[in-house]
Design a protein around this ligand. Structure first.
Ligand SMILES: *Cc1c(COP(=O)(O)O)cnc(C)c1O
Length: 415
């Protein structure tokens, strides 16, 4: 018999998570996570916590949709639930302008593929009923693109990422919603990167009937908790009619544990699957923090600090091509072009967690999720500038720091 290897306890260092996500979890959330008692998923306070989460989530998302709740896991868990109503042979148009909407497209191709189409290419099916509208990296999905595609293809479903984190681009949600309304299409939106970062209310977009987000970006709640989802009555009515092929991510069945039964709020959830008291307590605190800071307040703070970071990296000779406020996506100064991966790896090795783009062209992504203060932005700017200088960029960091300080003084004075 060979002896089992028991490895030493796993130590994970605290890094500066300055990427597209996950963002820094608030210490208050970690405290609730570790402080929750051992209680099963039908214990009264766990069930009450889930109901309170559901109610707070409706405010955070700006909705009266009864079917608003959390799906255990990350963004893809919520998106899997969101796309679950799409059945083989359904006509779908998906707008793709980067890595994440690309995976949304793959998910939808898997769901809409017939058995034959799936068997023909199991990992990358190409169903005849799905149209992928590809928008070049670095550009946004516009109302013109959506309008033309829906008019031409007349699908049952249309899907788009609100904020495409791969290229750092904001897509035209208003245009998407309007086009869905005018063509009678059921809109589905990946709001993984925008919820808790931008100030928007989902009920203001009547063409969108299903939404999915994640815990660890704008909601700042990594300790594997809940991906927020919300569905309109129309989505649910459609699902009641067609059914769908999942138990765990079934939007109607999964909602039961959150006290949503037969389209109504009930006092007490019904078992669907085991829920973690730790996760419920953490998610509850994350929503409380979001409401205390307000979505509008957070959105303002993101815009404020992103502008400072954008100005500093531009002054270093980088070219920013993104327009999200939680992330800058940039090209390096010309003399360092082509060395993006080397730079990112050097930064990551020193505990400064920035990212490359995951699809071509290779760019650098620096995020500020839950890093909304001048010290944190100053730290990011200095780590980034130092790394560039190690590669021979010869940036005068004193000048950059002066500029950053002035930027903050001016912005604060303008408040
Ligand atoms: C991060 C992200 C995802 C994936 O979410 P996970 O939490 O990694 O599962 C999907 N869509 C968008 C737009 C994202 O930013």
């Amino acid at each position: 018999m060979t002896e089992a290897t028991i490895f030493p306890q796993l130590e994970i260092p605290d890094t500066m998570a300055a990427g597209p996500g996950p963002g820094h979890t608030d210490p208050r959330i970690l405290k609730r996570f570790a402080g929750a008692g051992m209680a099963d998923h039908m214990q009264a306070d766990v069930l009450r916590g889930m109901i309170e989460c559901k109610l707070m989530l409706r405010t955070v998302m700006g909705t009266q949709n009864v079917h608003t709740f959390g799906v255990a896991g990350t963004g893809w868990s919520g998106l899997d639930c969101l796309f679950s109503a799409v059945m083989p042979g359904d006509k779908v148009v998906v707008f793709v302008n980067g890595t994440f909407s690309g995976i949304d497209g793959l998910t939808l191709r898997m769901k809409a593929a017939t058995a034959e189409e799936l068997a023909a290419s199991p990992m990358d099916p190409q169903p005849a009923s799905v149209t992928i509208m590809t928008v070049p990296h670095g550009q946004s999905v516009t109302v013109e693109i959506v309008e033309a595609a829906l008019a031409e293809h007349k699908p049952k479903w249309a899907a788009m990422a609100h904020w495409e984190t791969g290229s750092g681009r904001i897509n035209d949600l208003r245009g998407f919603s309007d086009a869905c309304v005018s063509h009678g299409v059921i809109g589905l939106v990946d709001a993984v990167s925008s919820l808790g970062v931008e100030d928007f209310r989902i009920d203001d977009f009547p063409g969108v009937h299903g939404w999915a987000s994640c815990p660890q970006k704008g909601i700042c709640c990594l300790p594997l908790t809940y991906a927020p989802v919300s569905f309109t009555d129309r989505y649910i009515a459609n699902l009641r009619h067609t059914g769908c092929r999942t138990f765990v991510h079934h939007p109607i069945l999964e909602a039961r544990h959150w006290g949503i039964v037969d389209g109504k709020d009930v006092e007490k959830g019904i078992y669907h699957r085991t829920h973690s008291a730790y996760a419920v307590a953490a998610f509850h605190e994350a929503l409380r923090i979001t409401l205390q800071q307000t979505v509008a307040g957070r959105a303002k703070s993101y815009a404020f600090h992103e502008a400072a970071l954008r100005d500093a990296v531009t002054a270093m000779g980088c070219k920013v091509t993104s327009n999200m406020t939680s992330l800058v996506v940039l090209n390096l100064p010309d003399r360092l072009a082509g060395r993006e991966m080397e730079l990112v790896q050097a930064c990551r090795a020193s505990g400064f967690g920035i990212w490359p783009t995951l699809s071509e062209p290779v760019q650098v992504r620096i995020g500020i999720l839950n890093l909304l203060n001048q010290n944190a932005i100053g730290d990011i700017v200095n780590r980034f500038g130092t790394a560039l200088n190690r590669m021979g960029a010869e940036i005068d960091m004193e000048r950059i720091n002066d500029r950053l300080e002035k930027h903050y003084q001016t912005m604060i004075a303008a408040e």
